[in-house]
Design a protein around this ligand. Structure first.
Ligand SMILES: Cc1cc2nc3c(=O)[nH]c(=O)nc-3n(C[C@H](O)[C@H](O)[C@H](O)COP(=O)(O)OP(=O)(O)OC[C@H]3O[C@@H](n4cnc5c(N)ncnc54)[C@H](O)[C@@H]3O)c2cc1C
Length: 397
């Protein structure tokens, strides 16, 4: 089967769905209930000290204060609801990308694993940390449909040497915790939990190393009996209430910041967003948020190009819009990747006195509470009219 599309987005995670919504609607999604935490506690497990942290914006900005927690499933459903049912093609795995000239313009030819071929003017790779699109950006076409098989443009993500276990805990009778963030730190380990609602909590453990059995039940056992054995009973009780179907373990990868600053993040009308562009360690909790930032910036540039060209996709102008998106995101993404890595390095540090001083005396005392302010970003507004409002003759519906 062969299809022709104006825009193809690969991947239907947070970045892919949000990009589709940004391009189609140019406006927001239904209000999602987000739990907001203004306060947190950090427990130094070996010393038993507890520090209270007040989350605030750098400018003490009113409603923007605090850490917001949203159920990933709820966010994905809210985004998917905004899209026409037939705009999402499930179980379609991208296998190969090529480019070809058509009518004097370059178009992308996408081959799916099921044999489908899609030709598209624009391709946006939102296919996560192991992005096929990001890898393709670094390949050089040598003619006759062949590509040089070495990476020339965008370095692969690297292992951070750290791992994370994460999951949801469900208390059918209610967990009884206030809307506050609880963290527990020990040499080489950091754990925590935060309520999502009255019955569910999100919990995690990150640690130096990358060993863990694959089975969720075994992972839970290892957390309880090996990694967090000495952690307070409140944390262990949360882990005991894990919904095993949500429990995952991952060896954490990130793209090195210089790879993002100097690497090839677009080629003509092809680019990447979300983890495909800037996988980062989870230590600032910005992977999902920065993916949403990408989509607003990309939606703004593509939407403006579309509007300025009377509702038409003009390849040269679209390539410029995508280039402007990359320029706007490069340094921001590199900043977040670096900040996340360093925050993890400080928090997972060893038990030397100066590491503890950096962690407890500086990071948790002066920076942790200000994280929401430090990472705050106004990405501008999406154009009022976008793809969903026009037919391809440029007329508004
Ligand atoms: C331990 C841990 C804790 C985290 N905590 C937080 C947090 O507190 N806050 C936060 O904001 N973020 C957090 N994150 C990060 C966050 O989950 C990611 O940054 C976010 O999901 C990125 O969204 P994405 O859409 O770019 O990628 P993904 O969510 O990975 O989605 C990629 C999509 O592409 C699809 N795909 C992949 N390859 C192909 C292909 N070849 N063809 C077609 N489709 C393909 C996948 O199936 C998937 O649906 C955490 C991550 C980890 C590992």
């Amino acid at each position: 089967m062969e299809m022709m599309e104006d825009v193809v987005i690969v991947g239907a995670g947070i970045a892919g769905l949000a990009t589709a919504v940004a391009l189609k609607r140019g406006c927001g999604v239904r209000e999602i209930r987000r739990a907001k935490s203004h306060r947190g506690y950090v427990t130094n497990v070996s010393a038993g000290d507890v520090q209270q942290v007040h989350f605030r914006m750098a400018n003490n900005g009113g409603d923007g204060q605090g850490i917001r927690t949203v159920h990933r499933k709820v966010l994905l459903e809210a985004l998917a609801e905004e899209l026409p049912v037939d705009s999402i093609q499930f179980s379609s795995k991208l296998a190969v990308i090529e480019s070809e000239e058509q009518g004097g313009a370059s178009i992308v030819v996408i081959h799916l694993e099921d044999g489908t071929t899609i030709k598209s003017t624009v391709l946006i790779g939102c296919d996560g940390v192991n992005s096929v699109v990001a890898r393709w950006l670094g390949l050089v076409k040598i003619g006759g449909g062949a590509y040089l098989g070495i990476l020339t443009g965008l370095a692969e993500p690297v292992h951070s040497g750290r791992s994370a276990v994460r999951g949801l805990a469900v208390f059918s009778q209610g967990h009884g915790f206030k809307q506050e963030v609880h963290q527990f730190v020990d040499a080489g380990k950091r754990a925590g939990f935060v309520p999502l609602n009255d019955r569910e909590l999100y919990w995690f453990l990150t640690y130096n190393g990358d060993n863990m059995p694959g089975d969720p039940e075994q992972i839970q056992k290892q957390v309880l009996e090996k990694y967090a054995e000495k952690f307070p009973s409140s944390y262990l009780d949360v882990v005991r209430h894990a919904d095993l179907s949500t429990l995952t373990w991952a060896s954490l990868k990130f793209r090195q910041p210089w790879g993002i600053i100097f690497g090839k993040l677009s080629k003509g009308n092809v680019t990447v967003a979300g983890d495909a562009m800037h996988p980062m360690t989870p230590d600032l909790g910005q992977g999902g948020g920065s993916s949403l930032e990408d989509t607003v910036v990309l939606g703004r540039h593509i939407g403006n190009s579309f509007i300025n060209n009377g509702g038409l996709i003009v390849p040269g102008d679209m390539a410029k819009a995508i280039d402007d998106y990359v320029k706007e995101r490069r340094w921001r993404a590199a900043f977040l990747v670096t900040g996340s890595y360093l925050a993890g390095w400080v928090q997972l540090g060893g038990d030397k006195w100066w590491v503890k001083f950096l962690r407890d005396g500086i990071f948790y005392k002066y920076l942790f509470g200000r994280i929401s302010g430090l990472v705050h970003k106004d990405c501008g507004k999406l154009p009022a009219m976008s793809f969903g409002d026009m037919d391809h003759s440029g007329k508004k519906d």
